[in-house]
Design a protein around this ligand. Structure first.
Ligand code: ATP
Length: 742
């Protein structure tokens, strides 16, 4: 038969102070020896190397207890090591080696070291590897001394574990446990990820609203840039045009005003110099002519009267000298006389004065002589006088008419001159009003120009502000197409409306107060990336959690199916072994109802059940665990159940059970430490038979004091302990073995 277990080597382990090796050559090896020689230490060596963690099951308190403690003959060891060699030519273990060595070393500080083919590995690597070959686990493969009925004493849950182990479900259980652990880890990670997302969420929301605001401000800035460009282009064009227009107007108005002022001063100077002087002259001339006219009239009247008298005298033919001396002649004489007297009066020289006076007397004498000599003598003379008078009158009248005409013309001229004066006055008044008007207009134009200058300053300020707010983009207005004609002629209100809109936008942008927001956007993107990463992570975790749940469910299904099937076969084998051992009767493994369920089912009985539950303080999973109970019925005995069995009966039942389990899914090897201790001779024989039967499928190492059992083994090892306290091993024959065993 193929032997999977090639050898075991104990060095410094417990009583094996020196390196001791057991090489297995037969399917059934029996270890024999006197009490306390170290046989059980060999079994524990197996436990140890296969990864046992319970110190108690190796009859120790600490790791140190497992190391050779020393004797007077041999000093204590620093480390205890056990090494087993498996034949892996049939790939019992999932390693690509023909032979696999598993070694465990314990040090005095309690540290353990595991090696696979000489390479240090973790405990779980060893456990997983062995589980794959149906080795290890609940330990039913190694039945320690006095523990034959462990399976009977075990709790339903432990019992079920043993059975599952025996059925080779350990690997699935491991996988399941691994998946459950991963699921739990995944669950924790899900929680962690969720909590991280929850932590990020408010910050992300805050950043999102900030970024939205920034985005809005950016849009507003874009809008502002467009509006500002149009506004500035228009404003610049309008200001430029308006400025040129006003400059022209100012020039024209200045010119106009200059002209008006010139006219005013011209009129004023004309009025001051010419106008009134000419009129004066005319009026002097007028009054002089009026004087002449009235003189002419008087003369004409005189002549008319003289003529009348002369004509009368002519008619009466009586004419006196007085009548014929013409008055003007007399008047002429008087005038000349008066002048000569006046001349004389001015003379201081008395002699000259006397001469003048002599002259005057001469003249008077001459005149008077003239009068007496010239007295008219006849009517003829009168007639001639009349004629002369008529002629004089005619002449004077003509003179009078001419004077009257001249006067008329003068008066007209004066009226005309007066009229001209009035017109000039009126013109001046009008001109002055025009001057005022022109001045007002000019001031208006100048004010408008000043206003344009203010607008230009405001425009420049607006450009600066725009640059500060949205940057150089603002300069776009310089390149934009300048509106002309009708476009520029639009109502100024429209531009004012634009300006107000721009102001409102500026305020809004300033109120948003976020600047360019680059850092916020960067932080938002980073946080968002992190959030997306976490969301993906969460999705991945949830997906793997769900996959793990599927795997677990699948494993549970497999475990369940195999367990049900395996249990059926175990019960069949149990039936056989049990009746063989007891000569009848029966035993059966039964799946319990999950404990909690069972409690619930009886919960109607009262609160006591609940108390019991609390007292037990059983974890919930265990409560729900469907354990295994054993139903035993011995032949010829009415009472059923484990409690009523004798020690031997318990041992037999356990053996039947262990053997049944091994039968169904034979483990590579089984180690039985004095499992037959409690059996009587008859049963020992049956036991030996069963050992043989079992040895066909599994390699057996049996520690025994029983001859029948020894006889069933293919090879025998004797363990002895000398004075040095060190266990020693020797291969023995059956006959020797009996001796050694004693
Ligand atoms: P029995 O037939 O009575 O069951 P056994 O052959 O199974 O006996 P063991 O129980 O294997 O004997 O060996 C017990 C012996 O091993 C004791 O003498 C004990 O002193 C010794 N021993 C146990 N641990 C150590 C240790 N760390 N160092 C030295 N000796 C030890």
């Amino acid at each position: 038969m193929f032997l999977s277990l090639k050898s075991i080597e104990l060095t410094g382990f417990k009583s094996f102070g020196k390196k001791t090796e057991l090489a297995f050559t037969s399917p059934i090896a029996s270890i024999v020896g006197p009490n306390g020689s170290g046989k059980s230490n060999v079994a524990e060596g197996f436990r140890f190397v296969l990864g046992e963690q319970s110190m108690k099951s190796m009859r120790s308190k600490r790791g140190e207890d497992l190391i050779w403690g020393g004797s007077p003959a041999l000093p204590r060891a620093n480390r205890g090591a056990v090494r087993v060699v498996f034949d892996n030519s049939k790939r019992l273990l999932d390693l690509d080696f023909k032979e696999v060595t598993v070694e465990r070393i314990v040090y005095r500080d309690g540290q353990n070291e595991y090696l696979l083919n000489g390479t240090v590995v973790r405990l779980k690597d060893v456990i997983r590897l062995l589980a794959g070959a149906n080795i290890g686990g609940s330990g039913y493969q190694i039945i320690s001394q006095g523990e034959a009925d462990r399976i009977l004493n075990a709790s339903p849950r432990e019992r079920r574990e043993m059975v599952e182990d025996a059925l080779g479900l350990k690997l699935y259980q491991h996988k399941k446990a691994e998946s459950e652990r991963k699921l739990e880890e995944t669950g924790n990670n899900i929680e962690k990820t969720k909590s991280l997302r929850r932590e990020i969420a408010p910050h992300l929301n805050f950043l999102r609203t900030q970024v939205e605001k920034i985005e809005k401000a950016r849009e507003m800035k874009e809008e502002l840039a467009v509006k500002l460009n149009e506004y500035l282009t228009r404003e610049n064009a309008w200001i430029t045009q308006e400025d040129a227009r006003l400059r022209h107007e100012e020039q024209a108005q200045t010119h106009e005003l200059k002209k008006l002022n010139e006219s005013v001063s011209r009129i004023r100077s004309t009025k001051a110099s010419g106008g009134s002087g000419a009129l004066q002259e005319l009026q002097t001339k007028l009054s002089e002519r009026e004087g002449k006219l009235s003189e002419a009239r008087r003369e004409s009247e005189q002549l008319t009267r003289e003529l009348g008298r002369a004509e009368g005298a002519l008619e009466a033919n009586t004419v006196t000298v007085e009548q014929i001396v013409p008055v003007p002649h007399v008047r002429q004489f008087a005038r000349e006389l008066s002048e000569s007297v006046a001349e004389a009066e001015r003379e201081d020289d008395i002699s000259i004065l006397k001469r003048r006076l002599g002259e005057v007397r001469e003249r008077i004498k001459a005149f008077v002589e003239g009068l007496s000599g010239a007295a008219p003598e006849t009517n003829e003379e009168v007639r001639q006088q009349v004629q002369s008078l008529a002629k004089s009158l005619e002449r004077v009248r003509a003179q009078e008419n001419a004077l009257a005409e001249e006067l008329e013309a003068l008066r007209k001229k004066i009226a005309e001159a007066r009229e001209a004066g009035f017109t000039a006055e009126r013109d001046l008044v009008e001109l002055e009003s025009n001057v005022r008007e022109a001045q007002a207009k000019l001031s208006g134009v100048q004010a408008a120009r000043a206003n344009i200058a203010t607008l230009r300053t405001r425009f420049e300020e607006e450009v600066r502000e725009g640059i500060a707010l949205i940057g150089a983009e603002v300069h776009g207005w310089e390149k934009a197409e300048v509106p002309t004609g009708a476009l520029l002629e639009e109502d100024r209100h429209a531009q004012e409306k634009r300006r107000r809109e721009i102001e409102r936008l500026k305020i809004k942008i300033e109120e948003s107060g976020l600047g360019s927001g680059d850092t916020v956007v960067r932080e938002f993107n980073q946080t968002k990336e992190r959030e997306e990463f976490l969301a993906k992570e969460l999705a991945d975790l949830e997906s793997s959690a769900s996959k793990l749940e599927d795997i677990i469910a699948e494993l549970e299904k497999t475990i369940d199916a195999r367990f049900t099937e395996g249990l059926k076969h175990i019960n069949e084998a149990l039936k056989n072994f049990f009746s063989k051992l007891f000569g009848g009767g029966h035993a059966k493994l039964e799946v319990e109802e999950p404990r909690r369920k069972a409690l619930r089912a009886t919960s109607g009985a009262g609160p006591a059940d609940d108390d019991e539950l609390e007292d037990d303080d059983v974890p919930e999973e265990e409560e729900l665990y469907a354990g295994l109970s054993i139903d035993v019925s011995l032949p010829r005995k009415k009472i059923r159940g484990l409690d009523v069995l004798s020690g031997g009966e318990r041992a037999l039942t356990s053996i039947a059970l262990i053997f049944s389990m091994s039968q169904v899914n034979p483990p590579p090897f089984l180690i039985l430490d004095e499992t037959d201790a409690a059996l009587d001779e008859a049963n020992s024989k049956r036991y030996a038979d069963m050992i043989k039967e079992l040895g066909v499928k599994s390699q057996l190492i049996v520690i025994t004091h029983n001859r029948a059992t020894m006889a069933a083994a293919g090879e025998l090892y004797g363990v002895t302990m000398g004075q040095d306290g060190v266990s020693k091993l020797l291969s023995v024959k059956l006959e020797e073995a009996e001796k050694v065993a004693k």
